[in-house]
Write a protein that binds this ligand. Sequence first.
Ligand code: 8YV
Length: 264
Amino acid sequence: KSLWACIFNRHVKQTSDDTSILNRYWKQPRPSEFLSQHAQTIRAVVGNATAGADAKLIDALPKLEIVSSFSVGLDKIDLTKCKEKGIRVTNTPDVLTDDVADLAIGLMLAVLRRICECDKYVRRGEWKFGDFRLTSKFSGKRVGIIGLGRIGLAIAKRAEAFDCPIKVMDALGPSGVLINIGRGPHVDEPELVSALVEGRLGGAGLDVFEKEPEVPEQLFGLENVVLLPHVGSGTVETRKDMADLVIGNLEAHFANKPLLTPVV
Ligand code: 8YV
């Protein structure tokens, strides 16, 4: 039973348009019913960026030995509690670095060159009536990165190829663009929305939000904003690599072998 969730994950990610499996195994029975039936026997939990293992869940599972997260981010897992209780934790580092960094650059280009709007312009047949307005250059722009970890460094490497100097900046200002491919709470979202609406910030490319899947509706009408549904690691190749790591860690744990990507 402890393995079904990650096997499900691997299957769904490989056949990304197949939601029938999701409905069959994930939505039924509902998590609360499933928990009340199986809480005493569950030895492993597979989390992800939205559903991890908080203190309440950990306390409800007396036999829990390992949390194997289908994510590199660990913000939804109570690591302190896991340490206290001797529960192992693993994540999926490295395999998604390229995809997330690629998408960060994609967002920068999309916002500055207004790629989404250009596409709509052509589809609406508006090109016949005149050229699209001029946009902003990306090459050579100063790029500030908050968090120079694996993904931050991969973004820096790509930005350098566009001749963009890297320095963390103090302020972005009306011609600045903010890209968030980390976590929604890293940015003060109401302040971001106000800055965009009032023109104090030039634009934004956002893959993550404070209360996903809720997105502030004020952003929907803004042309200088590109909004993505948290798909930084969302390629078939990477999701398969992530699922393999999730399963590999569980297999290693239950075979008493060293974990592949231990965090705790
Ligand atoms: C999600 C992510 O895990 O790895 C992370 O931390 O945010 C993403 O890769 C992915 O969307 C699956 O939930």
